[in-house]
Design a protein around this ligand. Structure first.
Ligand code: IVH
Length: 668
């Protein structure tokens, strides 16, 4: 039985590794997502039943455990150096001539794209990933192994068998543009500060302490250098091709160039082609192909003599600043935007540029009418990077950040340690009101069908809604006469409002739009508090004791409930019959109903996750045990309970109960 399970676990791991490789590295999957999920589920089930066969390289570990990992600092075996840069054709020619003088023959180069992310150094022993370090200061880096394991294109176990017993491979972790944009969209929705570019998002992500959040960020990684005592081939390119066979993602654009002319062709091609890539690049790295020549050339104190980085020029143009306008978002954050004389830049017509915040305006010392330098670098939105003060009119007026909200005239506030100014009038400021209602009706919140931002705008302008609670007072006769609506749409909206009364508490909590309370935070708060009344009464200490809730969120929750206008909305929503408590968890929390009982959980459940069930057992004084013994009081069994567990329970005459039976046991 046991050895069969071990075989099966091993076979499933190998099969899933293969599918992952095909999907994430080759971009050529051979099974459907559904088939893949089924295999993964089966493996998870077997691994939980036979914990003795656990393995940190198992593909199930990619999802990232919820355990927080502080980072320890580890010294690099080989220091992580930087590259010298070349910005002009002349500097590149110098590089080539220096090398040919030293080597006295023609030189073959490898041209690689320079990916713009965060560098990483991985160590493999006997084909298994054992450590992942960030660059750090070049001498030592942070051990981010748990986080790197979640990157789907990083092999946890290598393919084939001709890899060195121990080696390091270095590469760049990146966040694809599509993932970056989606992440920022979500952050905007949750009122969190946005990442300026994919590079910042990548380095921010890899430093997160919770690997399961890292897993959700879908990072990717490209590799470009192998280090160790037993490097298989004599050229850099051949080694990269072997690493590709071992399962690493090596850019398909890496090219051998026989001379400087071919290098220049590569540079010219990628200067414009790079805009078509799915990830950010900031240049090309040119390396001597022969490892023997690399060794002769050696290193300076900071960088190898056999490589140089050609930096793409960030496209810049000069134009005139006409005015600065201010936008107020759903959260009340005020963003300054520069209105420019329209110009062409990196393929698009630019007439606005982000100024981010008041500090940036002050540091640029902007004046109206200034000639400004606009750049489209790694950032999606162009930004102003400089001002030509020589061209400034002597009477030009400085740009002064506004002190009142442009929409509702409330005095702006700035929280300590934050760069942004906020309009605090969240229940009376039109864009905030509309934004909050739009958030409330969103598919992932209350999911009100038939209402979109245009209809919200219309209803708001007609004076029919001022907050989310007003939605539930809407009548068909108010909706039908409105432009673009009609009987059918009105009916759909009312029906959908009606059915939103059964949307669970955690989503209602998310829908309220409390700053920093996104979907996951709302879930954690709802599970821990059990009801809105309990949540309102919670102290800062109680809030921060909840999973993933820190000071910032706790403060925001407390401030939200301290506002009488919010309490009024909540009372009205309560009277409308919305779910303001979880129906499964007793609101007052613990009891001693399970005192002295030892309960084993097995299988998957409909109403709760295994973690939640475990918490419930402990909350009610019971003990959650890992394996069945004669001391086990109950087995709490879900779907797919392992056959051997069932056999053992039957043999030891341990009663097997289902989820609902269990919940009945702890109900007040
Ligand atoms: S080679 C000894 N190749 O650029 C230097 N670096 O400025 C080894 N980078 O820290 C680096 N793509 O984070 C190399 N194809 C590539 C690269 C690359 C991106 C980054 C890397 C490094 C920095 C050097």
């Amino acid at each position: 039985m046991k050895s069969e399970a071990e075989e099966l676990i091993k076979a499933l791991r190998a099969e899933i590794d293969e599918h992952n490789y095909r999907y994430y590295v080759l971009s050529a999957p051979s099974v459907s997502d559904y088939e893949f999920d089924m295999k993964m589920k089966e493996l998870e089930r077997l691994e939980s039943e036979f914990p003795e066969f656990s393995d940190p390289s198992s593909p199930t570990r990619r999802v990232g455990s919820d355990l927080n990992t502080g980072f320890s600092q580890v010294k690099h075996r080989y220091p992580m150096l930087s590259l010298s840069n070349a910005y002009s054709a002349g500097e590149l020619l110098d590089f080539d001539q220096r090398i040919r003088k030293e080597i006295e023959t023609d030189i073959e180069y490898v041209c690689e794209l320079k990916f713009d992310g965060t560098s990483i150094s991985l160590t493999y022993e006997n084909g298994v990933l054992v450590q992942a370090l960030t660059r750090g200061d070049g001498e030592s880096g942070d051990d981010v192994t748990a986080n790197v394991r979640t990157i789907a294109s990083v092999p946890l176990r290598l393919r084939g068998n001709n890899y060195p017993r121990r080696f390091e491979i270095r590469g760049e972790m990146v966040m694809p543009f599509t993932v970056f944009e989606e992440l920022n969209r979500q952050r905007e929705e949750n009122g969190e500060p946005l990442f300026a570019n994919p590079r910042n998002a990548t380095s921010g992500t890899i430093k997160l302490l919770n690997p399961s959040v890292v897993a959700s960020r879908r990072l990717d990684a490209y590799f470009y250098s192998i280090l160790g005592d037993e490097i298989p081939a004599g050229t850099h390119f051949e080694n990269l091709m072997m690493a590709r066979d071992w399962g690493f993602k090596i850019s398909e654009h890496t090219t051998v160039c026989r001379n400087l002319q071919e290098v220049n062709n590569f540079l010219e091609k990628w200067d414009s082609e790079r805009y078509k890539l799915p990830v950010a690049t900031d240049g090309v790295v040119i390396k001597v192909n022969s490892l023997a020549y690399q060794e002769i050339l050696g290193f300076t104190a900071k960088s190898p003599r056999w490589a140089v980085a050609w930096k793409f020029r960030a496209e810049q143009v000069s134009t005139t600043l006409h005015s600065v306008s201010y936008q107020v978002g759903r959260t009340g954050a005020v963003t300054p935007v520069a209105n420019l004389e329209p110009v062409q830049l990196a393929g698009t017509r630019v007439k606005r540029a982000s100024l981010h915040n008041a500090d940036i305006i002050a540091s640029l010392d902007l004046h109206l009418g200034d000639k400004v330098l606009v750049e489209k670098g790694g950032e999606i939105i162009p930004k102003i990077v400089g001002v030509d003060v020589n061209q400034r009119h002597p009477m030009a007026a400085p740009v002064v950040f506004i002190q009142e909200c442009p929409e509702c005239s409330a005095a702006l506030i700035r929280n300590e340690g934050e760069a942004a100014w906020y309009c605090p009038n969240d229940t009376g400021c039109p864009p905030q009101i509309k934004g909050k209602i739009e958030h409330f009706i969103h598919r992932r919140a209350m999911n009100i069908d038939g209402l979109g931002s245009e209809t919200v705008e219309l209803l708001f302008n007609q004076g029919l809604i001022h907050n989310a609670a007003d939605l539930y007072d809407l009548k068909a006769e108010q909706l039908v006469p409105l432009e673009r609506l009609g009987e059918k749409s009105a009916e759909r909206i009312l029906k959908s409002l009606e059915s939103s009364r059964s949307v669970p508490f955690n989503r209602v909590l998310f829908a309220l739009g409390i700053r920093f309370v996104g979907e996951t935070v709302a879930k954690n708060l709802a599970t821990a508090a059990g009801s809105i009344d309990r949540l309102m009464a919670m102290s800062r200490e109680e809030l921060t004791a909840i999973n993933e809730i820190g000071d910032r969120i706790a403060e925001s929750v407390i401030a939200y409930f301290a506002n009488p206008a919010h309490l009024d909305i909540i009372e009205r929503l309560r009277n409308q019959g919305l779910q303001l408590e979880t129906d499964q968890i007793p609101p007052e929390g613990g009891s001693d109903k399970l005192k002295g009982l030892s309960i084993v959980i097995s299988g998957t459940f409909n109403l709760h996750s295994r973690d939640e069930l475990k918490q419930l057992i402990e909350l009610h004084g019971g003990k959650n045990a890992g394996s069945i013994s004669k001391n086990t009081s109950y087995v709490l069994a879900g779907e797919n309970m392992g056959p051997s567990k069932l056999e053992k329970a039957t043999k030891l005459k341990v009663p097997v109960i289902g989820e609902e039976e269990f919940l009945k046991m702890i109900m007040p």
